[in-house]
Design a binder for this molecule. Sequence first.
Ligand code: ATP
Length: 259
Amino acid sequence: MLQEVKPRVLVSLRGVGKTFAPGGEALAGVDLEVRAGEFVSLLGPSGCGKSTVLRLVAGLETASAGTISRGFDDVGAAVGFVFQEPTLMPWANVFDNVYLPLRLRGQTRAGAKTPVREALALVGLSGSAEAFPRELSGGMRMRVSIARALVLRPLLLLMDEPFAALDEMTRSRLNDDLLRLQAELGATVVFVTHSVFESVYLSSRIAVMGANPGRIIAEIEPAGGVERDERFRLSAAYARCCEKVSAALRGSGAGEASI
Ligand SMILES: Nc1ncnc2c1ncn2[C@@H]1O[C@H](COP(=O)(O)OP(=O)(O)OP(=O)(O)O)[C@@H](O)[C@H]1O
């Protein structure tokens, strides 16, 4: 009998807990596995520990309980991190902002030209290398931040509410761009969001989290194999998925305001 060959596991969390202060458990018993090529969203009410999970995966925090194993050795090279704020250096132009991770790894500016240009092309900013952050729109600044995360061609892209501060239209456009990028690069993404709609649109799997203590209460795979486009946003399948995820989220103790 033919056995299904599953993509390799990039990150695995087993029974992970995190305590910041005595008596205050931010996370407890978190089990999560991320395989190559997946787009996994972490969705849940404010304070349930989504960012903490991401920071643990990135090695920016250490777990207080349980184990985290990674399918790679050099976390700095294998993981790209995109924060809610673009966190660009205001005194440096777009090229130099995207060059930063290469500079930190000892790459010369001349040697970095090709990877920086390729990263800018991926996010549609080829013509803006000389611009300064203050000259860019919010959406363009976020694209620069994504290019900076992609310049080392990470195996795993971690994104912490990257589009939350953007207007609805820019957000949808960046959602589509992100899916295109993921397909082009074969990237694996773990994405934190408060938005049911965004998580259903983007994800191959949604880990719905509950609070007090932070934990994963449901994993939902929205409409697999369906093309993500405007038709999907208007489809009954999308509406059904959003309803299912919202119901799971209500079970997490999140009020409607958080959905
Ligand atoms: N460095 C820290 N020191 C102390 N407590 C922390 C620290 N980081 C996070 N926490 C606490 O851990 C809990 C989870 O925080 P976290 O930021 O991971 O939640 P979140 O789900 O990402 O929240 P939000 O959606 O509001 O960004 C919160 O109670 C928070 O106050």
